[in-house]
Design a protein around this ligand. Structure first.
Ligand code: FES
Length: 104
């Protein structure tokens, strides 16, 4: 492959929500924004190993379920204590109703 893998169907995620996607050893979080665009980040918070998909999406922000750290999921930017390391982001495209992410 060229690094694009199918994560889910677009319809699997509500607007302003997030879905967990596991692939091999890796875990990702797939987001659908309030303006109906899709994004992907590493699935784990950079503070401790909490699944961000268990957190809350508010606008452009994902709030970690463990200590309420916040990231901008579009850019991966850490938004303040206790998170200080940015999230890794991955390219996303929607093809025929499927959400693909580029991990290679
Ligand atoms: Fe996410 Fe602590 S594990 S803020």
């Amino acid at each position: 492959s060229n690094g694009w893998i199918e994560a889910c169907a677009a319809d699997d995620i509500e607007e302003e929500d997030v879905l967990r996607f596991d692939h091999g050893e890796q875990s990702f979080a797939i987001y659908r924004s309030p303006d109906d665009a899709f994004f992907a980040t590493d699935g784990f918070c950079t503070h401790e190993r909490a699944h961000l998909a268990d957190g809350l999406v508010m606008g452009d922000i994902i709030e970690c379920p463990k200590h309420n750290g916040r990231f901008n999921y579009r850019t991966g930017e850490a938004k303040g204590a206790p998170v200080c390391v940015n999230l890794k982001t991955f390219p996303v495209k929607v093809v025929d109703g499927k959400v693909l992410i580029k991990i290679g």
